[in-house]
Design a protein around this ligand. Structure first.
Ligand code: 6PG
Length: 263
């Protein structure tokens, strides 16, 4: 099938089988379906958390995959119920560059969401990754803000992750030092295994304590890695996203058919 045949209205003749990934897997013909589904899950989780706790803690990733989702959440009436005024917005990982730099995740997320959603600025939590103690500062901010909640509920409510075609997620790169951090919520990640520039990233303990982890993986470039995760026995140090495993929370993958089709 040529790329021209895969426009949004084309029904695929055959869907690939759903890959057996840890957690649950939602598979869609097209990227649009996956984007809608994760967006609606964010809104539903947000409404439930606001009802239960009065607020909602959402951590967003950078990368190119979720940008159409962020855009759609601002303009599509299907997402108009999103309680932005009760939402705290966190950043999963950040490049060690100033916010003005076009590689800054915060810059991209701010342009798409912060500037248009009506979220109070005091509830937006960028990582100041260019500061020498950015990781400790972020950890303090997380502990202080989540600490307003009752013990046990003091965790992120929704962490949205992407995946690189090397199996990295957040800024947890294969064989990098941040994979070994088990006593902090955020840390720098540097060294030859890290795609430059240096990063600050949320760690496994923080990500895995979340109430809901949504992993959005789209496109055929990711199909090889999806297949390896579903069928192989590679260790976490080779495929860091395999270290994502919520303790008492829920994990869901949102895939399009291109990401699920292999062989
Ligand atoms: C980042 C991310 C990173 C991203 C993957 C996938 O800031 O780059 O947090 O983990 O999700 O690299 O990126 P793409 O969506 O661009 O493929």
């Amino acid at each position: 099938m040529s790329d021209d045949d895969t426009g949004p209205y084309k029904i695929l003749d055959e869907m690939p089988p759903t890959p057996r990934l840890p957690g649950s897997v939602s598979l869609f013909d097209h990227a649009d379906g996956a984007i809608d589904a994760i967006g609606l899950d964010i809104v539903n989780q947000a409404k439930a958390c606001v009802r239960s706790f009065g607020d909602f803690h959402l951590a967003l990733s950078g990368g190119s995959t979720p940008m159409p989702l962020y855009q759609r959440m601002m303009i599509d009436p299907a997402f108009r119920d999103m309680p932005w005024r009760r939402t705290h917005l966190w950043i999963v990982d950040e490049r060690c560059v100033p916010f003005e730099d076009e590689r800054s995740n915060y810059r991209q997320i701010a342009e798409l969401i912060v500037d248009h959603s009506g979220i109070p600025k005091s509830q937006v939590h960028p990582i100041h990754a260019y500061e020498p103690d950015a990781d400790a500062l972020y950890e303090d901010e997380l502990r202080e803000t989540l600490g307003w909640r009752e013990k046990g509920h003091d965790r992120l409510d929704f962490v949205l992750l992407g995946m690189g075609d090397d199996g990295h997620t957040a800024s947890l790169f294969p064989h990098s030092q941040a994979l070994r951090v088990d006593d902090r919520f955020a840390c720098f990640n540097r060294g030859p295994q890290v795609t430059p520039p240096d990063r600050v990233t949320m760690t496994y303990p923080l990500i895995n304590s979340a109430r809901f982890i949504g992993i959005l993986v789209l496109g055929k470039k990711k199909a090889h890695m999806v297949h390896r995760i579903a069928t192989g026995a590679d260790p976490v140090r080779d495929i860091p996203i395999k270290g994502v495993s919520p303790i008492g929370g829920e994990q869901r993958w949102y895939l399009d058919s291109d990401a699920a089709r292999w062989g």
